[in-house]
Ligand binder design. Structure first.
Ligand code: GLV
Ligand code: GLV
Length: 325
């Protein structure tokens, strides 16, 4: 009989088509609605499966892997982030892990630029004013923001996405790109002429600071009071990576006291962020519901890549994109 696969969410059609047409697996899908499968249900459904396709709302931890049992050979996540996966537990059990980098780089970079400009030019406030009667007359300093021309853009965690963001921002006449990471990344940095600096310098020099790192124990709440206190009060903070890299109480304080000028967040803790959260009360904070990779092209490509990774893994072949550990 064919390997059994559980898919934790209604994934875009490309991936399902690949799995169906392969004829190599039988799969079951959580498709009762477009929300995460309840944990209890998930623990039941994974029993005995050979493969698991998941998204970032599912915690793949010891409990889940134990519930699945010893047949499980491959976990394929439809995401570039992997903080929802307990990699140690997966490794211990010899389970291979696929993920979906690269195919989302363009869409995430585009959204990051959009969020940056939305925040720095105060577009949400502006449309709100325009349609609610605040637009009394043209005023000289009303809704003024900050421009990219002649600015210094700092990238916290330089990878494929950071480079793609810088490539898109360069035509806005950015003066200088700087970045920090655990080690210098000269091959990536040279493509965008970015200078390696310490986290301290990144905080001090950046007019726009954009976070592009993975969430790991090392980067958890790396953006905290200490970092914000070094930033200029004219600077804009952007995060399209994971909410966990930010201490949100410290960010709230920095935004509400004018320590920094604004923040644009595509990711928060928790997700969804409760609508009564203090960050939602701030005019200088733009919050999006984790949509950076949300284009039809990208989500279908992620779905297809997750499906192909899964099939390759189950065949015992190298995956297209595998987390090697
Ligand atoms: C989205 O956040 C992803 O990790 O793909
Ligand atoms: C703005 O619209 C200007 O004319 O300066």
């Amino acid at each position: 009989t064919l390997p059994r696969v559980y898919i934790t969410r209604q994934i875009p059609p490309e991936g399902l088509k690949i799995l169906r047409q392969s004829g190599e697996v039988q799969f079951e899908l959580w498709d009762s609605d477009d929300t995460p499968v309840p944990r209890k249900e998930l623990l039941k459904r994974v029993k005995g499966v050979d493969g698991l396709v998941c998204v970032l709302t599912e915690k793949v931890d010891a409990e889940l892997l134990d519930a699945a049992g010893p047949n499980l050979k491959v976990v394929s996540t439809m995401s570039v982030g992997f903080d929802h996966l307990s990699l140690d537990e997966l490794k211990k059990r010899g389970i291979r892990v696929g993920y979906t980098p690269d195919v989302l780089t363009d869409s995430v970079a585009e959204l990051t630029v959009a969020l940056l400009l939305t925040t720095s030019r105060r577009l949400i406030e502006a449309t709100h004013e325009a349609k609610t009667g605040g637009w009394g007359t043209w005023r000289t300093l009303w809704l003024c923001g900050y421009e990219l021309a002649n600015s210094t853009v700092g990238i916290l965690g330089l990878g494929r996405i950071g480079v793609a963001i810088a490539e898109r921002l360069a035509p806005f006449k950015v003066k200088k790109f700087i970045y920090t990471d655990v080690v210098p990344r000269p091959e990536l940095a040279s493509a965008i002429n970015a200078e390696y600096v310490s986290l301290d310098e990144l905080s001090k020099q950046s007019d726009f600071l954009t976070v592009c790192c993975s969430l790991t124990p090392e980067t958890k709440e790396i953006c905290n009071r200490n970092l914000f206190s070094k930033m200029k009060n004219t600077s804009i903070f952007i995060n399209t990576s994971r909410g966990g890299v930010v201490n949100q109480e410290d960010l709230f304080e920095a935004l509400s006291t004018g320590q920094i000028a604004g923040a644009g967040l595509d990711v928060t803790v928790p997700e969804p962020l409760p609508i009564n959260h203090p960050l939602f009360t701030l005019k200088n904070c733009v919050i999006l519901p984790h949509i950076a990779s949300a284009t039809y092209t990208t989500r279908n490509a992620m779905s297809a890549l997750a499906a192909n990774n899964l099939l390759l893994g189950l065949r015992g072949e190298p995956m297209i994109k595998e987390i090697k550990q």
